[in-house]
Design a protein around this ligand. Structure first.
Ligand code: TYM
Length: 331
């Protein structure tokens, strides 16, 4: 087995993969995969904590796998797998739920936000979801978990659970560290720049998806909310513009300062046109590769089958150890 440190991350197959997921997470996965033993999951069991149409979920899981590869995740270097194909995720989640306090779950801000959206009859999966996420991470003894800012609290819970289990039953789990990028960890909505950009947003004008047509990208950026002040300058009190500058910097690999100095005297219209071009340049090779991949679904399925096989071997090792430590009789 490889001696490289392990990284693990995942995305729920809900909504449309968007540039926020790319900039906050996937882009970093791609650069880490050479130096780490990498596992990237499509966490389908997480996604059923909100209502999904079965036929769409099935199609989306495959499409997300193709998008991971199109973004640069190399199946020869990294494991790409569907969470539900590895049964140990659910098994470990159950064990971890026995050492998770209700108070800890009550504190989760994402649960508070999402349950507001569900209104009445909030399902319990939405509540216990962070335990499943902890299981995803601890199952593979991950050292590093590259995610956006919104997952930080879930990572803290994961660490607390690992420490608690290790103290109670002896050293078992590696303590994972979050990796949250300095720029791009919280991309904001285009129309409501005080809210984060979310792939499940029903208003598609708030997000740019990885598969958006170039003309759609131009339109969405044109309509993006800014302010009436003049000058293109990064300023947190101008959240719309600050977000667009972040998008420009990440899509063009230039510093925000450089972009500010280039556009300081420009009109919004010029700045926005160039920003849309820069995003389209970033998306072009991804979309091209995605189209090719989706013409060969059996190839993607074979990658996922292989990924599940490799992941299962490792997951079994951990769950076997965990079951023994907590006193379950050997099967
Ligand atoms: P999910 O599916 O909501 O988001 C996937 C990844 O995209 C990041 N992200 C963002 N980054 C920057 N700006 C934004 N506006 C933005 N929105 C989303 C997320 O932080 C995430 O990295 N619970 C997780 C999925 C998960 C997971 C895991 C992640 C399940 N198990 C184990 C890591 C490790 C989630 O719902 O992400």
């Amino acid at each position: 087995m490889s001696k490289k440190p392990v990284i693990l991350s995942g995305i729920q197959p809900s909504g449309n993969l968007c540039i926020a997921n790319y900039m906050g997470a996937i882009k970093n996965w791609v650069s880490f995969q050479n130096d780490y033993d990498s596992i990237f999951l499509i966490v389908d069991l997480h996604s059923i904590s909100t209502m999904q149409k079965p036929s769409e979920l099935r199609q989306r899981s495959l499409s997300f796998a193709a998008q991971y590869i199109a973004c640069g995740i190399d199946p020869d270097k990294s494991i790409i797998a569907i969470q539900s194909h590895i049964k140990e995720h659910v098994e470990l989640a159950w064990v971890l739920s026995s050492i998770t306090y209700l108070g800890e779950l009550n504190r989760m801000t994402q649960f508070k936000d999402k349950s507001k959206k569900q209104g009445s009859n909030i399902n319990s999966a939405l509540y216990t979801y962070p335990i499943l996420m902890a299981a995803d991470i601890l199952l593979y003894q991950a050292n590093l978990v590259p995610v956006g800012q919104d997952q930080k609290q879930h990572l803290e819970l994961t660490r607390d659970l690992a420490v608690r289990f290790n103290n109670q039953f002896s050293e078992t789990f590696t303590l994972p560290e979050p990796y949250i990028p300095k720029i791009g960890s919280r991309i904001m909505s285009l129309q409501k720049p005080d809210n984060k950009m979310s792939k499940s947003d029903e208003n598609l004008n708030n997000i740019i998806t990885l598969l958006d047509d170039p003309n759609i990208v131009i339109k969405k950026i044109k309509r993006a909310v800014t302010d009436s002040k003049s000058g293109i300058k990064y300023d947190v009190s101008r959240p719309g513009l600050a977000n667009l500058l972040t998008l420009f910097s990440l899509s063009s690999n230039q510093s925000i300062e450089k972009i500010e100095s280039q556009y300081s005297e420009s009109m919004y219209s010029v700045f926005k046109k160039d920003l849309a071009d820069s995003i389209n340049e970033m998306l072009r090779p991804i979309q091209k590769e995605y189209k090719l991949l989706m013409n060969d679904k059996s190839y993607i399925k074979s990658i996922l089958e292989n990924g599940a096989k490799r992941a299962s071997l490792r997951a079994y090792k951990t769950i076997d150890k965990v079951y023994r430590k907590i006193g379950l009789l050997k099967r």
